[in-house]
Design a protein around this ligand. Structure first.
Ligand SMILES: NC(=O)c1ccc[n+]([C@@H]2O[C@H](COP(=O)([O-])OP(=O)(O)OC[C@H]3O[C@@H](n4cnc5c(N)ncnc54)[C@H](OP(=O)(O)O)[C@@H]3O)[C@@H](O)[C@H]2O)c1
Length: 260
């Protein structure tokens, strides 16, 4: 088991899984850096964490604002060397109610936030972690990163990119003392799943997801995938013939309602 982290940063902590993870770790003696774009939601999360006894620093910025992202992370790390960095901020886009496939603009935005935003998050802190020979980087991907979903091609690509990146980075850092884990959740109750209109089998609460994620982090799992059955199916799906895959996932087709 990995030593319990004391200085933790979570991007996308203003709601959903990120907020639940922050609440999981919040306790006296813990310093939490929580980031997001929505000031009111981030304030509310920070107040809950402070009430649980944690010291809290808020970062209000878009992960696409690289100077703001790097400034917050390096500043936090300078005063509280980060033990655990969770790159969780992400968005979902995809097929719309009228059946149209995601636009090129939407596809770019999803890749930029979910993949490049996560890479920029990692690289703001990676040199310091390597110099200290410790730290744990966690990339929040999705089961869609293991088994791409028809109705969200760019989302699937962004999450598949995170899986490949995380596996390679973990191997590259194996001698360095810095750990890397990838999280592949199935359906989790959050603002994101509210915008996903379709069946969501095996959906669990954000608090339950946070507990599973934290347990996987403590065990330094390479991939933390859940729920177990959907994770197993996602892992074998690349070896299943295309037509069978299409039939098997027919009931999981969905569309996305815009949240902006
Ligand atoms: N829910 C699921 O079923 C599910 C399944 C698989 C994977 N995931 C992944 O889990 C992660 C968290 O999602 P969630 O379900 O908890 O959704 P959520 O409730 O919508 O939370 C998303 C978080 O990311 C932040 N965020 C989004 N775009 C951002 C940007 N450009 N800059 C900074 N922050 C940004 C949001 O901040 P603001 O609201 O303040 O803008 C929010 O805090 C995502 O990476 C998602 O892909 C979720």
């Amino acid at each position: 088991m990995t030593a319990a982290p004391r200085a933790i940063v979570i991007t996308g902590a203003s709601s959903g899984i990120g907020a639940a993870l922050a609440a999981f770790y919040a306790a006296p003696g813990i310093t939490l850096g929580v980031t997001g774009r929505n000031a009111a939601r981030l304030d509310a999360v920070a107040a809950t964490l402070a009430a649980a006894g944690a010291q809290v620093e808020q970062g209000l910025f878009d992960v696409l604002d690289r100077p703001a992202l790097a400034g917050f992370l390096t500043g936090f790390d300078a005063s509280h060397p980060i033990d655990l960095l969770i790159a969780n901020a992400g968005v979902l886009d995809g097929r719309r109610a009228d059946g149209t496939i995601e636009s090129g603009e939407a596809a770019r935005r999803v890749i930029e936030i979910n993949l490049l935003g996560a890479l920029d998050t990692v690289h703001a802190v990676l040199p310091q972690m390597i110099a200290r020979k410790r730290g744990h980087i966690v990339l929040v991907s999705s089961l869609a990163g293991l088994s791409p979903v028809t109705d969200a091609p760019a989302y699937s690509a962004s999450k598949g990119g995170l899986v490949a990146y995380g596996r390679a980075l973990r191997a590259a850092l194996v001698e360095s003392g810095v750990k890397v884990s990838i999280v592949c959740p199935g359906y989790v109750t959050s603002a994101m799943t509210e915008s996903h209109i379709g069946e969501q089998p095996g959906k669990i609460s954000a608090d339950a997801a946070a507990r599973l994620i934290a347990a996987g982090i403590a065990r330094n799992r390479q991939v933390i995938g859940f729920p177990r059955m959907l994770y197993a199916l996602a892992m074998i799906s690349p070896f299943v013939p295309e037509g069978i895959n299409r039939l098997a996932t027919k009931g999981l087709r969905f569309h996305v309602v815009s949240r902006s």
